[in-house]
Ligand binder design. Structure first.
Ligand code: IPM
Ligand code: MG
Length: 371
């Protein structure tokens, strides 16, 4: 199969983790005889530096024509620490999501046995955790009108949603629930917010079309608490943009590391794949960041193309790396591997079709680059 992928590494650790994901795409090309054409572009601080804006119209046009966009991470501390700055890296990401109409953001939280001990939760609370967050990505307070008064002493951000915006993502979330465990939880703040009451009404109406799906409703504050106390109760979590941003970071650490959480952002004609974590500027250029969330996002990309064997090959390779302790320092302090080594070995495993008995010489060679 031939596909065009637009690669936007972004800022901080973005370029390092994306390089590992690119190795994986090339390994899949070899193992499954595909031809994925990769083109690189700029977004975030790197685009501000080169082009004066966090994403150019040209980049957006290329992204629109691509079959998929692979994104690293956005953000740099010099922008975070100065709230008066008008041009910010994150604006590039938001503009891209909006321009590509990527209204459904899917963030699956899977448990890996090997990582149980580094989860902040007790092992017994992790039993049966397998959930996915469906986060609305192009509406709500992120995109509502923003105002700052002339004296700069008051500000507001408007949160608005239409029935149509809710319906299209809710449909995808219900369909996902049918494929999974038939349970959907709407997370909102319907005791306070008008927009949340609209979400409830639309989801309630829709529930009759999916009679097999058990639907429940949780206020976001309660949901945050439940996510820690009893995360196994969740299957598909449907929520609006801002709540989804917060709940998904929270749920990701259940697995032990935010460095494991992938995502897919889907619209009617475009799709983008990116890890949920940030640009981790402290680690930039050090080759220590965990590339697995980005690699697993690439697996979601193959799922999106209905190349399920390829997606499975990637997940198998990640599981193998976890079992063999080929992991970065967020996961182990016992001789962690470098980001580039994790990428090399996962790509190697895929290329060899999984026929890798940990060849000691190969490992030694690879690990030499670690020390
Ligand atoms: C995410 C990030 C972004 C968001 C930032 C970088 C704008 O936190 O993808 O979760 O808030 O959506
Ligand atoms: Mg976030």
């Amino acid at each position: 199969m031939e596909k065009k992928i637009y690669v936007l590494p972004g800022d901080g650790i973005g370029p390092e983790i994306v390089s590992q994901a690119v190795k994986v795409i090339k390994a899949i090309d070899i193992a499954f005889d595909h031809k994925f054409e990769l083109k690189n572009g700029l977004i975030g601080a790197s685009s501000i530096r080169d082009n004066g804006e966090p994403i150019t119209q040209e980049a957006i046009d290329v992204a629109k024509l691509a079959d998929g966009v692979l994104l690293g991470a956005i953000g740099e501390p010099e922008f975070d620490n100065d709230p008066t700055i008008k041009v910010r890296p994150e604006q590039g990401l938001l503009k891209l999501r909006k321009s590509l109409n990527l209204y459904t953001n899917i963030r699956p939280v899977s448990m890996y046995d090997i990582l149980k001990d580094i989860s902040p939760l007790k092992n017994e609370n992790l039993k049966g955790v397998d959930l996915v967050v469906y986060r609305e990505l192009t509406g709500g307070i992120y995109f509502g009108e923003k105002k700052l008064s002339a004296d700069e002493n008051s500000a507001s951000d408007l949160c608005s949603y239409s029935k149509e915006e809710i319906t299209r993502i809710a449909k995808m979330a219900f369909e996902a629930a049918v494929q999974r465990s038939n349970k959907l939880t709407l997370v909102d703040k319907a005791n306070v917010l008008e927009t949340s009451r609209l979400w409830r009404r639309v989801v309630q109406e829709m529930a009759s079309e999916f009679p097999g799906v058990e639907v429940d409703y949780l206020y976001v504050d309660n949901a945050a608490m439940q996510m820690v106390v009893n995360p196994a109760q969740f299957d598909v979590v449907l929520t609006e943009n801002m709540f989804g941003d917060i709940i998904s970071d929270l749920s990701s650490v259940l697995t032990g590391s935010l460095g494991m959480l992938p995502s897919a952002s889907i619209g009617d004609s475009c799709a983008m794949f990116e890890p949920c974590h940030g640009s981790y500027p402290q680690a930039a250029g050090k080759d220590v960041a965990n590339p697995m969330a980005t690699i697993l996002s690439v697996a979601m990309m193959y799922d999106h193309f209905k190349l399920f064997k390829e997606a499975k090959a990637i997940r198998d390779a990640v599981n193998w790396a976890l079992k063999e302790n080929i992991v970065t320092e967020d996961i182990t302090s016992d001789s962690p591997s470098r980001c580039s080594v994790v990428g090399d070995l996962i790509a190697h495993y895929i290329e060899e079709g999984g026929n890798v008995s940990l060849n000691k010489d190969y490992m030694k060679e690879a690990m030499n680059t670690v020390i």
